[in-house]
Design a protein around this ligand. Structure first.
Ligand code: 9Z3
Length: 354
């Protein structure tokens, strides 16, 4: 944080005060209705499970006619990739993502990494084809995409600002609450910790003539608490914890679990996030973690550890998922999200049976 950007020390907004004082986005009613219809459709299908995936970063506009905004780091890779694996596992997916961030299926052909025009050939001067080398890779992606489109099992919905994210998150989760234990909530979006309340957002572009510019921001309310306790009391809830100091990863993940009381925190280090993640779960004293234990693709399961610094609870179990432990045993390229989703599906199955 630079000198000119200081966090406010005033009382933070409660979730209730936030929603009472901040304007809802104009799209709220229409988007809520879309989710309601999606949930109704899949709730009628026996045994169908539905996952909400949040993905990408949120913005905090400095002007309501927005020229500048603060942003959170995230390309949306985690969310978009996970959505594909959840669909393959038979879930219906609400993909709640940052506008223009990566999307399931099309992420394989992002304009920066793999521009799709490079895959194409022109035959006989008019027909368009796909280069033979690329067709093999495209075929399964296209099949899975078509399948999701035809079955209507993927609902994509975008947000941009942290305010839109919060209003829509509350509306979507409330609509999904009737799914009970069949609902999973996979909160991978990188959400701003700070925001500017409506009344302090400039209407027009801030002029350089103001001289030195300083910004006082309020804390975004910790909505994970009401989400767990009120909005979806029965859902299987997975939050993500991002740290850049690896020593903080496990203590902060445990603290989140202890504070909010949900099912699992997936900890990831910024630089190692594509190679390894750690599942942090609570376990009743002396019993193994409420999870599926080691599967073939799971990394080392460490024993539950006590942490004297944390209140109330109990014991925690950490399970690392590491790509390098596979050592090519799969004979194909494996993405970490495949392991994450596989482990979560096992845990969610247990959860629905309890
Ligand atoms: C994550 O930790 C995600 O895994 C990443 C994915 C944002 C690192 P990419 O989209 O990155 O694949 O490029 N998401 C949660 C980040 C977050 O803001 N967590 C909050 C925190 O750490 C708690 S909810 O305090």
């Amino acid at each position: 944080m630079s000198d000119s950007v200081q966090a406010s020390s005033s009382q933070p907004f409660s979730t209730e005060a936030y929603f009472q004082s901040q304007q809802p986005p104009p799209t709220l009613a229409a988007k809520t209705a879309q989710v309601a219809a999606f949930v109704e459709k899949w709730q009628g299908v026996k045994g169908k499970r539905v996952v909400l995936i949040t993905s990408g970063g949120t913005t905090v506009p400095l002007e309501s006619n927005t020229v500048r905004f603060l942003d959170n780091f995230s390309a949306g890779t985690r969310g978009a990739t996970s959505a594909e694996y959840f669909l393959a596992a038979g879930y219906a997916v609400v993909f709640f993502h940052r506008l223009h961030s990566l999307r399931p299926f099309s992420r394989h052909y992002s304009h920066s990494l793999n521009p799709f025009l490079d895959l194409l050939t022109i035959k006989n001067g008019t027909e368009i084809g796909v280069k033979a080398d690329d067709a093999a890779g495209l075929l399964p992606v296209l099949r899975a995409y078509n399948q999701a489109q035809e079955s209507g099992s993927l609902l994509s919905m975008d947000f941009q600002t942290v305010n839109e994210y919060l209003w829509l998150l509350r509306a979507i989760t409330r609509e999904m609450a009737p799914l009970g234990r069949r609902g999973m909530f996979y909160l991978a979006a990188a959400v701003s910790d700070f925001f500017l309340p409506d009344e302090r957002v400039a209407e027009h572009k801030i002029q350089s003539s103001v001289g030195m510019f300083s910004l006082e921001m309020d804390q975004v309310p910790k909505v994970l608490r009401p989400l767990v306790q009120e909005w979806i009391p029965e859902g299987y809830i997975v939050s993500f914890k991002l740290e850049t100091d690896e020593n903080l990863l496990i203590p902060k993940s445990r603290a989140a679990l202890s504070r909010y009381g949900h099912q699992v925190v997936v900890g990831n280090d910024l630089h190692r996030r594509k190679q390894e993640v750690v599942f942090v779960e609570r376990s009743a004293k002396g019993t193994p973690a409420k999870g599926a234990g080691n599967s073939r693709l799971t990394g080392v399961q460490t024993p539950p550890v006590m942490d004297a610094d944390l209140p109330e609870v109990e014991e925690y179990a950490e399970t690392w998922l590491k790509l390098d432990q596979l050592q090519g045993s799969e004979g194909r390229e494996v993405e970490i999200e495949e392991l994450i989703v596989r482990e979560l599906v096992l845990r969610h199955t247990k959860w629905t049976q309890e």
